[in-house]
Design a binder for this molecule. Structure first.
Ligand code: ADP
Length: 164
């Protein structure tokens, strides 16, 4: 693994993004300007059954973030802190929709800091318009043949509605 010097001005937004929602996109738009370089990583998690392949999720993320300066979409298989180390990233960004998200995120942030004290986690609160949206709700609604265009970017809605 390369040893690029870690900088807090490089940010990483890791997730499954299966699929990317308007909530994720809002976090990316708000976080990207805070950094010199902002990476969005599709983290491959073998435990989760995916709707879109990891490569497809990268392609969709590239399309929906094309107009946001400084954003790079990457695919990473492994620990988030190892991804940070590889790209010299010092700040992990996560979105918080609720107390439940915070409870889930706190131990992960603490473990990440213990694994690599140079890497910190920054939380952004979900916008009120999107705090009810999750990738799993989108998949659930779509699985019953309903329109999901109020919850996802048009690129995702087209793909999901095509399967209706
Ligand atoms: P993971 O599988 O790592 O939970 P997700 O793709 O579900 O990945 O989410 C990635 C990040 O985006 C997490 O920090 C999650 O809390 C946040 N997030 C998910 N949905 C929203 C939303 N609607 N608004 C703001 N943040 C969100």
């Amino acid at each position: 693994m390369s040893r690029k010097k870690i900088s807090p001005r490089r940010g990483l937004y890791p997730g499954s993004f299966d699929p990317v929602t308007l909530g994720h996109l809002d976090i990316i738009r708000r976080a990207a300007p805070l950094f010199d370089e902002f990476y969005v990583a599709v983290l491959v998690n073998s435990a989760k059954k995916a709707l879109f392949s990891a490569e497809e999720r990268v392609k969709i993320l590239q399309a929906v973030t094309a107009d946001i300066p400084g954003v790079r979409v990457i695919l990473f298989s492994g620990l988030t802190v190892d991804c940070c180390r590889q790209y010299g990233i010092g700040t992990i960004v996560r979105g918080l929709r609720s107390g439940a998200d915070l409870e889930y995120e706190l131990p992960i942030a603490r473990v990440n800091r213990s694994l690599d004290p140079e890497v910190d986690t920054l939380f952004l609160t979900a916008d009120a318009r999107y705090e009810y949206i999750s990738s799993s709700i989108v998949k659930e609604v779509a699985s019953y043949g309903r329109d999901v265009s109020a919850m996802v970017p048009p690129e995702v809605a087209e793909r999901m509605n095509a399967q209706r």
